[in-house]
Structure formats: C-alpha cells, structure tokens
Design a protein around this ligand. Sequence first.
Ligand code: FE2
Ligand code: FE2
Length: 349
Amino acid sequence: MTNAADPAVVVVTARPDPGGLTRLFALAYPTLALAEAGAALAALETRAADLVLVEAGPGLDALGLIRGLRLRPHLAHMSVLLVAGGEPAETRRLALEAGATDVVLAPLDASDLALRGRNLIALARAQEAVEIQARTLSREVEQAVAESQEREREIIRRLMLAAEFRDDQAGDHLTRVAGCVLAIADGLGLSEEEGNDIALASTMHDIGKIGVADSILRKPGPLTEPERNEMMQHALRGYRMLHDSPSRLLRLAAEIALTHHERWDGAGYPQGLRGTEIPLPGRITAVADVFDALISTRVYKPGWPLERARRFLEEQSGAHFDPGCVAAFLSRWEDVVALVEERPADRAA
Ligand SMILES: [Fe+2]
Ligand SMILES: [Fe+2]
C-alpha cells in the first residue's frame, strides 16, 4: 500500500521495477516508491518518514540524496538505509560519511534488508514516542511551574491584604505603591517581568511592622526617641522574616524590606547605605512608598495634594532619592495621576 501523503517508508530506486524492494515493506507499512532524488526531497519536505531506503544505481546519486536529506533539520535524525554495491569497506565509509544510518551491501539479501529496515522503523517509532512523551512532560512541567508561581503570587497578595488592614487605615497604600513601582520600573526601562516582580515584592516592604505595637504604629502624634527606634526596627525585622526563603520573590522582598528606608545621600537606615550601594528595588520602592505616604492621610497628618508631593520628590532628588528613579517616576506622571484617581488615597483636598 502506498500513501503519498503520509508514507512510513520511502523507497528511492532507479530500477525500472521497484516492486522487488517495496514489497519487503509495503504489506506492513504505507510505502512510497520514487525514482528521483528531487521527488524524494519533495515528498519529505515537511515530514520525516520512519525509514528512507535509497538504492544506489545508474541515474540516481544516492549519496548526494542522503546529504540533501541531512541538510534539512527535520530530517537530521531520520533512519536512512543505503543499498549499494562496491568494495564493502569503502562503500560503508562513504555511506556513513554522507549521513546514512546503515548500509546493506549488494548483492542484496532480501531478508537481511527487510530485517534491518524493520529494526530501523521500530527504532524510529520508539524514538518518536519518547519525543512526544518528552514534549508532553515538558508542557506539563511548564504548566505546573506557572500554576505554582501564580499560587505564590496569589498567597503574597492575600497576605498583604491582611497586613494592610492593620497598618494602613487609609486603604490601598500597597496597591498604589506597587503601581508607582511599576511606573518607575517602566520609566527606567526594566522588563515587564522585572517590574512585576519588584512591584509585588514591594508590597512586603513594611511587613516587619507586624512586630511593632499598635500604640506606636497608630500613635496620633510625633513618636518619642525610643518609639522611633522601635519603629525603625521594622526594616531589619522584615528582612529577617523573608531573607532565607527559597522563593526568589520573597528574597527580593527581603532586600526591599531592608533597604526601602535607605537614602541616596547615605542618611537613611538601617545600614546608612549610599547611592548605588542601595539595591535598585530598594531605591525604586523608596520613591513609591514616600510619595504614597505623602498623599495619604495618616492618624498624625493630612494627605498632601499630588503636586505638592511631586515637588517634594523633585526637591529630594539626589538627597533622599535616587535621581534616576525620580526622573523615571516623573516621566510616567500621567500614569501615576490616573492610578491615584482610580484608587484615591484618603487625602485632604
Ligand atoms: Fe517602612
Ligand atoms: Fe509603606
């Protein structure tokens, strides 16, 4: 049986009656007999066969055809069996050099050829099954990884919602900080993936405040020196809570928790880092966090109008803040205004 659309075996031979060769396979496999190299290349243009049998002979450049097949990436591993006469060692060497998988030497032993051909077909099919299984597995692994990453992000979002209930009476502080972080990351030319990671991790910047007493956290007035010291502990506490996690996102969050109160001029805490000693995610979050704190009403202060907060960032560029981050933030100012309008801080008009 021949099936031109989907042959398992392609026999290429210039002999006038190809039946002698094709009948070795045709009963068991869809077999296509062709007389020319060009026709063989065309038949295998898009899809490999399980076996290509090439018989060398007058009018057919068998080695040339095999080389031509091997040049096509999808045929690079296809089983190609050469039937050829000539001095055995030399014929075998030339055939293997050209890319044949195996050689059957003339004079032809039909049962030997059939046996070798069937072995190669079985091998090709087993290999294809393994490849299909590997592709399926890698798709499943990819999907599982994506699901577990999404679950990780989801858990972080939920935890941060819980934390926000306690720390932020104005609401949506973390959402706006994340939005501002995204705007800055975009303005800095970071990739979308980097921006998303830093934005999500930035929502954990104050997680260390879980350990700060309500009497300090919600005090409606200036803090005493010891209270301020206690409050400042939140950066280090947040870092300790997160830094040894196997999760890359949580380790990024640890870095942000530790460094979001550092200042570009070195006057921040807890380490007094300066300039680019402060990791970029910390510098980005510092701008986003302070900006949102300024426009938000807190128990101890009314919220500022957006323009006043913007002027503050400009004034503090190069002092409190990384000038690059401030410039990136201002370059996305319209996005920031839209974000604040969508999720308004509870600020005084
Ligand atoms: Fe903080
Ligand atoms: Fe904050």
